[in-house]
Design a protein around this ligand. Structure first.
Ligand code: GDP
Length: 310
């Protein structure tokens, strides 16, 4: 199955909800008018897009309706898809020398990807899938089991490393995460690995602790890998809808997040949250997860995503 078919099938629940609502609006009007636009706005809010994003979409739609003199309610559907795609698209990359791998800046050897997120959102699983995706691109990947708080975390990550056929560095439970990262960096240097992916603990309840831990890891990276490309990916659970947005805001206050991974999109009708997140956070969505399998992490494509929503 190609990426588009996967995203399409992963978004089935969201699409059914959105299209049910939009169909019912579209079919109950004979001509596009203000009342129809208002009903559409309500439908979009209910898809977990959030009131602000829904309002912005409808404002744009209103302008298009006037500019193109759209009368047929059916034409509105196509316009909506193209407006949403526009809102989801990232900024064009200005730096000509920049090469990206699935939207990630990981050109130095090694480069490092820190993965952060609250426990249970799908962090471990996403790291395993990402390792697999990068390995398939020909990258030599090494994982750093930086969540030393939970014994099960390193164990689970070990299983994923095996599945993806990548290396892993882990210490015993309770050890210092920064020292795991240090060892992973040394291993990556001596073995010529391209990418280090670091798991981190997911305890948001004690933000200052988490921040200290991430700062310490960051200092180790600065010292051991000066000038290396670095990404910080925040994993969010799409099934939590607007709560995912709150989590993202909270993380962004403490950590400089460079990209988002939206997990469990297959399990929710709240996929509209992607639009709210993109609009409010100004952090690009890099990957979406649409299942528990190793191939279920997909690089994010705004046009495909918008197309798959309708
Ligand atoms: P962590 O605590 O953040 O590391 O979360 P895990 O990676 O262990 O995932 C928590 C649960 O969510 C596991 O049962 C995963 O199989 C499940 N999960 C993770 N990503 C997805 C996804 O994209 N779709 C579905 N349906 N389940 C997922």
């Amino acid at each position: 199955m190609g990426f588009f078919d996967k995203i399409k099938s992963g978004l089935t629940k969201t699409r059914n909800k959105i299209s049910d609502m939009i169909n019912s609006v579209v079919s109950s009007f004979r001509e596009v008018d203000e009342e129809m636009l208002e009903e559409l706005e309500e439908a979009l809010i209910l898809s977990d897009m959030g009131a602000d994003a829904a309002h912005e979409v409808i404002e744009q739609l209103r302008r298009e309706v006037a500019a193109q003199r759209l009368k047929d309610p059916e034409q509105v559907r196509e316009q909506l898809a193209s407006i949403l795609a526009g809102m989801l698209r990232g900024e064009p990359e200005e730096d000509a020398a920049f090469r990206s791998t699935m939207g990630l800046r990981i050109n130095t050897c090694p480069s490092i990807i820190l993965v952060v997120g609250v426990n249970g959102v799908g962090k471990t699983t996403s790291i395993g899938k990402l390792a697999n995706l990068l390995a398939k691109e020909g990258k030599r990947v090494i994982l750093a089991a930086g969540d030393t708080f939970r014994a099960a975390a390193a164990e689970q990550l070990g299983i994923w490393a095996e599945r993806a056929g990548v290396e892993i560095v882990r210490h015993e439970e309770g050890s210092d995460p920064a020292s795991v990262v240090y060892d992973a960096i040394q291993a990556a240097k001596s073995r010529g690995c391209n990418v280090i992916i670091c798991d981190t603990a997911g305890r948001l309840h004690n933000k200052s602790n988490l921040m200290r831990e991430l700062e310490k890891i960051s200092r180790v990276i600065d010292r051991e890998l000066p000038g290396a490309d670095r990404e910080t990916l925040l994993v969010l659970d799409a099934t939590t809808g607007q709560n995912a947005l709150m989590q993202a805001k909270s993380f962004k206050e403490s950590v400089s997040v460079t990209g988002l991974v939206l997990a469990k999109l297959d399990g929710t009708a709240k996929g509209g949250i992607v639009i709210a997140i993109k609009r409010e956070l100004d952090v690009p969505v890099r990957f979406v997860c649409v299942g528990e399998g190793i191939d279920d992490l997909l690089p994010f494509d705004a046009d495909d995503f918008a197309k798959a929503l309708f």
